[in-house]
Design a protein. Structure first.
Length: 257
């Protein structure tokens, strides 16, 4: 396509379905990005209330208050050992496609609507998760962020390396959206209990793990080889544009002489 200039493996070309009618305009469909001010997507320091330590009685009281405020069956339950279980809702806002085994059915999605074929490339198939995809997970109070990411990927049979993804907490305040990437050892259900059930106060979002440094070990050999081919093509195109610019400049000078 001249508009998006996508690159794919030659055996995958028949499986790709793109509607590239040109760059998105102001009235086009939402691309999943926030249309409000964003403070920072890499704030590693939790807020003061997130650092709060609760004793057994406080946990029990918080759970009772939490359950009174929700209008669904997504209650939290206190266990005899002092731990508790409950549900968290995670919105998947992934910009890049994910990979699933080619022999597996895509859960909750119809392959025909995505333009995927039953027969095609072996081993894995890539597709974009629909915008607004949401998943509820039933977890323990001691369930860590890394375990939540693993569970989400298993639910959708995604075989990409979990290190490619990160779980963010999202909050809204004064018409601004605040995002903080959760550390692997943090406990999302504990954060849900401390924040209460309000999605504006706290919600969870799964996004690509944009750390500023690419973890190349998380990619497979074919993916790395494809990246090298893409870089080579970009370099060749950049060199061609520079040569064309200097050639035109030289021509103008010769015409002036």
């Amino acid at each position: 396509s001249p508009d998006c200039s996508f690159t794919c493996h030659y055996r995958c070309r028949a499986l790709v379905r793109l509607d590239c009618s040109g760059p998105l305009g102001a009235g086009d469909e939402d691309d999943g990005t926030e249309h409000v001010l964003e403070k920072d997507t890499n704030v590693d320091e939790p807020s003061e209330w997130e650092k709060a330590e609760l004793d057994q009685a406080q946990v029990e009281q918080r759970i009772k208050e939490y359950n009174r405020q929700i209008n669904s069956n997504l209650f939290m339950s206190l266990n005899k050992d002092g731990s508790y279980t409950g549900f968290i809702k995670v919105q998947l806002k992934l910009v890049r496609p994910v990979s699933v085994p080619a022999t597996k059915r895509i859960p909750f999605l119809q392959a025909g609507r995505l333009g995927l074929r039953a027969q095609g490339v072996k081993r894995r198939t890539s597709f974009y998760l629909p915008k607004g995809t949401v998943k509820h997970l039933h977890i323990f109070s001691h369930t860590r962020t890394s375990e939540v990411i693993d569970a989400l990927l298993r639910k959708f049979t995604v075989i990409d390396d979990p290190r490619k993804f990160a779980l963010f907490e999202r909050s809204e305040k004064d018409e601004q959206v605040y995002l903080r990437k959760l550390a692997d050892e943090e406990q999302p259900l504990r954060l849900r209990l401390l924040a209460g059930p309000s999605e504006k106060v706290l919600s969870f979002v799964l996004k690509e793990n944009e750390t500023g440094e690419v973890n190349w070990d998380a990619f497979t050999l074919p993916e790395l080889e494809n990246f090298l081919r893409i870089l080579q093509r970009e370099e060749e195109e950049h060199v061609r544009q520079l040569q064309h610019r200097y050639a035109r400049c030289r021509q103008k000078m010769e015409e002036a002489l």
